[in-house]
Structure formats: C-alpha cells, structure tokens
Design a protein around this ligand. Structure first.
Ligand SMILES: C[S@@+](CC[C@H](N)C(=O)[O-])C[C@H]1O[C@@H](n2cnc3c(N)ncnc32)[C@H](O)[C@@H]1O
Length: 254
C-alpha cells in the first residue's frame, strides 16, 4: 500500500473517549464547548471564511489532531489575531485544551470534535493560512496504512485549502510514515518543500511549539522530523525550495 490509497472517507480510527472525565472538565465541555464548536453545514454546502473568522482576527489556521492542545494553545497565545481551527475527536484532549485556554484567557479557537476529513470537505478553497498535523498516529502495520490521516487525498485537500504562500507543517518520529508523507507530498505540485538542507527538517523551527508526542519520541530515543511545505502561487522564502529527494534518517523504522 502507498500514500496513493486514501483512507475510507468516514471511518474514524482511534478513540473518542478515554478515562472518565473530571467533573470540572465535564462542566467545561458542557458550557464552553458549545460556544467554540464548529457546526458543519449540510452535505454539498461549504462554510465561508467570513463566517469562520472570529471578531478581531484576520486569518484561519487549522490544526488536525491537536491531542492535549500543547501546540494549539501556544499558537493561540502567540497569534491572537488568528482564528485557530482545532480538530480532535478525543474528548479528553478537547477538555484539556479548553481547560488550558480558559486558564490563559484565550478564546480565539473554534473546535470540531470529530474526524478532520469532515472539515476538509467543507472549507472553502484558499481559506487557510496554515495547516498543522503533528505526530499523527503512524499506523505502522501495512494493513493499517490506509488509516493514515496524511495521504494523497488529504494532501490534495491541504493544497486546495491553503492560500498561495500558506504553509503546511507536519511532524513525525516514524520513519515509514515520514517516507509515506514525503511521497504523498512529492506528488502534489502545488506544495513546495521548504527544506534547503538537512537541518531544516531535523530541527523544529523556533516558532513551532513542542508537543507531548515530540517529548515522548525524544524520550524513547527517536529523532522526529519537521516538514514545512509552502503553497505555490506567490514569491515566498520557499521559492528556492529544495525539491531534491531527502532520505529520512528514520527510514529504517518502517
Ligand atoms: C499521536 S496523537 C498526537 C497528538 C498531538 N498532535 C501531539 O503531537 O502531541 C494523534 C492525534 O490525532 C487524533 N486523530 C486521529 N485521527 C484523527 C482524525 N481523523 N481527525 C482528527 N484528529 C485525529 C488522535 O485523537 C490523537 O489525539
């Protein structure tokens, strides 16, 4: 199986619920989530960028599978003029994000507690300035590769949704998934890899907050990679993007 074979469209793999939620988290989900929740339109309709943007913000960033919200809450704090769209089907993670956002007084987020592919389908073309998919589940067994959230179908959707000059950020510590991602991205001419030298993907950029899964990977002795792709269509720092094949140091982990 290659990145060519898209995942079935509507089967969500992975968990929606974990350990029993604490009463405060249950209350937060009941009270704060409805205010932040993204409501998907009926089939065949699309959301408009104007209806997604929160007052006082001028751009839309999307994070898929934000986990406990480490990266999302840091970006909400660092970029208050952005509406952050966060997608995470795991309710305990959503509760964690809401708890942290509340503690920091942050409200610039809209949340989908479901499969990110449902949102990709209804966002308008060129509406996103940034997309992040950090340490997505690697599904290492070959028969599970079709479950991977980054595949040729979603990569094509990312290219459609990013505005010219917009950025896609991906991270993984799994060699097989790294190769799979790069293969899917190499087949998408609208996205240009921003790496000019190995250290560009070996090191997390300073403006890219770390996550729990990165910490886990480092603790286990793995070497995560950090991929940045720019949506073609404007003169950007990536215009000189290196399209050469880069061999992942992790490829032995297939
Ligand atoms: C390995 S965790 C990484 C979490 C976080 N990004 C981090 O780096 O700490 C993968 C996350 O993706 C979420 N996920 C899995 N399938 C998804 C889907 N179809 N749409 C959105 N999120 C998904 C999982 O619930 C999980 O929280």
């Amino acid at each position: 199986m290659t990145a060519d074979d898209a995942a079935p469209r509507r089967t969500l793999y992975g968990r929606r619920k974990g350990p029993r939620l604490r009463p405060n988290d249950r209350a937060r989900l009941a009270e704060a989530l409805p205010e932040r929740r993204l409501v998907l339109p009926a089939a065949a309709d699309r959301l408009s960028a104007a209806e997604l943007l929160l007052p006082g913000t001028h751009a839309l960033w999307l994070e898929i599978g934000f986990g406990n919200g480490d990266h999302l809450v840091a970006q909400m704090h660092g970029h208050p003029d952005v509406t952050h769209l966060g997608v995470e089907p795991y309710l305990n993670g959503v509760a964690s994000l809401l708890r942290r956002a509340e503690a920091m007084g942050l409200t610039n987020v809209r949340l989908l507690v479901d499969d990110a592919r449902l949102l990709l389908d209804v966002l308008p073309d060129g509406s996103l300035e940034r997309i992040a998919v950090l340490f997505p589940d690697p599904w290492p067994k070959a028969r599970h590769h079709k479950r991977r959230i980054v595949n040729r179908t979603t990569v094509s959707a990312f290219a459609r949704l990013l505005r010219p000059g917009g950025e896609l950020r991906l991270a993984t510590d799994h060699g097989g998934y790294a190769t799979w991602m790069i293969e899917a991205l190499s087949a998408e001419p609208r996205l240009q890899w921003c790496a000019e030298r190995a250290r560009d993907w070996q090191n997390r950029p300073k403006d890219w907050p770390p996550t729990r899964y990165e910490a886990k990977a480092l603790a286990a002795g793995a070497r995560p990679i950090f991929l940045r792709y720019r949506r073609a269509g404007s003169e950007t720092a990536c215009a000189r993007a290196c399209k050469a094949k880069v061999t992942s140091p992790l490829s032995k982990n297939k």
